[in-house]
Write a protein that binds this ligand. Structure first.
Ligand SMILES: CC(C)(COP(=O)(O)OP(=O)(O)OC[C@H]1O[C@@H](n2cnc3c(N)ncnc32)[C@H](O)[C@@H]1OP(=O)(O)O)[C@@H](O)C(=O)NCCC(=O)NCCS
Length: 200
């Protein structure tokens, strides 16, 4: 497997000023707080009750496949991909994809998607699945027909389950439940956590 490109600089088509420039790079540890705030704003604080979250609970994203969009030093976009088994296939599930409302329709969502898809392909993955609006994701090649035999571990809208083959035929006749198979999240051992001083 090759390593994904870490940073891509973009200038939007709609605005040639430096203010419209943004960069896509791999997510860093210090992005987490800003990413979580962005996701809360975009999807609401109840977002963790959604079915797709069951594929992410207690897991880390697929190696090299978590990206942040940066604009004027600020995190304004995020996308991550997760290892799953889709019936008898290995695949990735993409999500959440989010872009800050203040910088939408500048192409940041498309840049995150194109960067993530290219990186997943370069890393040797065969297919990506997501739950989302086909009118948006069709432009990247996602189609409901590619995921018609698959289901999620909870309630979901069938027409929003979409697939993209990175390797031709990777989702052909794929049937069954999508379940997580990513590496488990690890927490620092108790003896490695710095003590917290208490005032009272
Ligand atoms: C969806 C989202 C990531 C797009 O980000 P963005 O940076 O604005 O995307 P782009 O600039 O690449 O594309 C914008 C285009 O997509 C269209 N678009 C955005 N959401 C769409 C949707 N749900 N269905 C169809 N088209 C959509 C816009 O109307 C715009 O169209 P235009 O190019 O004709 O003007 C962003 O709107 C967002 O974060 N939304 C809230 C969270 C969300 O719904 N995430 C996706 C589900 S996981």
């Amino acid at each position: 497997m090759t390593t994904a490109t870490t940073t891509a600089l973009h200038q939007t088509d709609t605005d040639n000023t430096p203010a419209a420039a943004f960069a896509i790079r791999e997510e860093r540890a210090h992005d987490i707080a800003a990413r979580e705030t962005l996701l809360d704003v975009c999807f609401g604080v109840g977002r963790n009750a959604r079915t797709c979250q069951r594929l992410r609970d207690g897991r880390v994203p697929a190696q090299g496949l978590a990206f942040s969009a940066m604009h004027q030093g600020r995190l304004v976009g995020s996308v991550r991909l997760w290892n799953v088994d889709a019936g008898d296939r290995r695949a990735l599930v993409l999500g959440p994809l989010a872009v800050d409302a203040s910088v939408r329709a500048l192409g940041i969502g498309a840049a995150l998607m194109n960067h993530a898809i290219a990186a997943a392909k370069a890393l040797g993955h065969g297919a990506i699945i997501l739950l989302g609006d086909e009118p948006y994701y069709a432009r990247f090649g996602f189609a409901a027909a590619k995921a018609e035999g698959l289901s999620l571990p909870g309630p979901f809208e069938r027409h929003r389950l979409l697939g993209l083959e990175l390797r031709p035929g990777a989702l052909n006749h794929a049937i069954g439940l999508i379940v997580p198979n990513g590496a488990a999240e690890t927490y620092p051992a108790a003896d490695q956590v710095a003590p917290v001083a208490c005032a009272a």
